[in-house]
Design a protein around this ligand. Structure first.
Ligand code: GAR
Length: 192
């Protein structure tokens, strides 16, 4: 197998990006080749430095007009992973990476998805709706927010005394445990 190269797109903290990078460290087949962010102040950029992974920042216009695609091509990227990435992925990128863009969503889609549904907005909505469970959805990206084919869902309980922070930490635990292995299995075409 030739080496498969992954790019991670992240908008903020980047704890999932770091977790994925650590998971694939030393893997002879799959490598996190580059990390990109749409925010110059995103903490994920510090993490990339520490991990010794090349990183880039870009403006929304570069996402729409092909600058991001060029970076991905120059690094010979095979798969794009969205780990806390908050912009909509344009059609041009989806067409270039057909069925090779994977997103992580911090709830059980199709509930609590769509525009504006990210991070604590999602967890607050879950609590306001008095849900008894939440979880994660790992899915392929198509042109509609949070709508592509679901690869895996994992659940956690939500109790009466949970707040957005405590739900977020349960969800993060699931993300750290299941996102990297699901990416690996999808790339290797194993059962996910
Ligand atoms: C994660 O919980 C991820 O599921 C969520 O943002 C968080 C990023 O955390 N993504 C979305 O809400 C996308 N709609 P991290 O930056 O520490 O990895």
């Amino acid at each position: 197998m030739t080496e498969t190269k992954i790019a991670i797109l992240a908008s903020g903290n980047g704890s999932n990006a770091e977790n994925i990078a650590n998971y694939f460290k030393g893997n002879p087949n799959i490598k996190v080749a580059v990390i990109l962010s749409n925010r110059t102040d995103a903490y994920v950029l510090e993490r990339a430095k520490k991990l010794d992974i090349p990183s880039y920042t870009f403006k929304n216009s570069e996402l729409l007009e092909g600058g991001v695609l060029e970076i991905l091509k120059s690094h010979k990227i095979d798969y794009v992973i969205l780990a806390g990435f908050l912009l909509k992925v344009p059609r041009s990128l989806i067409e270039s990476f057909s069925e090779r863009i994977i997103n992580l969503h911090p709830a059980l889609l199709p509930k609590f998805g769509g525009k504006g549904m990210y991070g604590h907005h999602v967890h607050n909505a879950v609590i306001a709706n008095q849900e008894i469970e939440s979880g994660i959805t790992i899915h392929l990206v198509n042109e509609i927010y949070d709508d592509g084919k679901i690869l895996r869902q994992e659940k956690c309980p939500v109790n009466g005394d949970d707040d957005a922070d405590s739900v977020a930490s349960k969800v993060h635990e699931l993300e750290y445990k299941y996102f990297p292995v699901t990416i690996e299995n999808y790339i290797l075409q194993k059962e996910v």
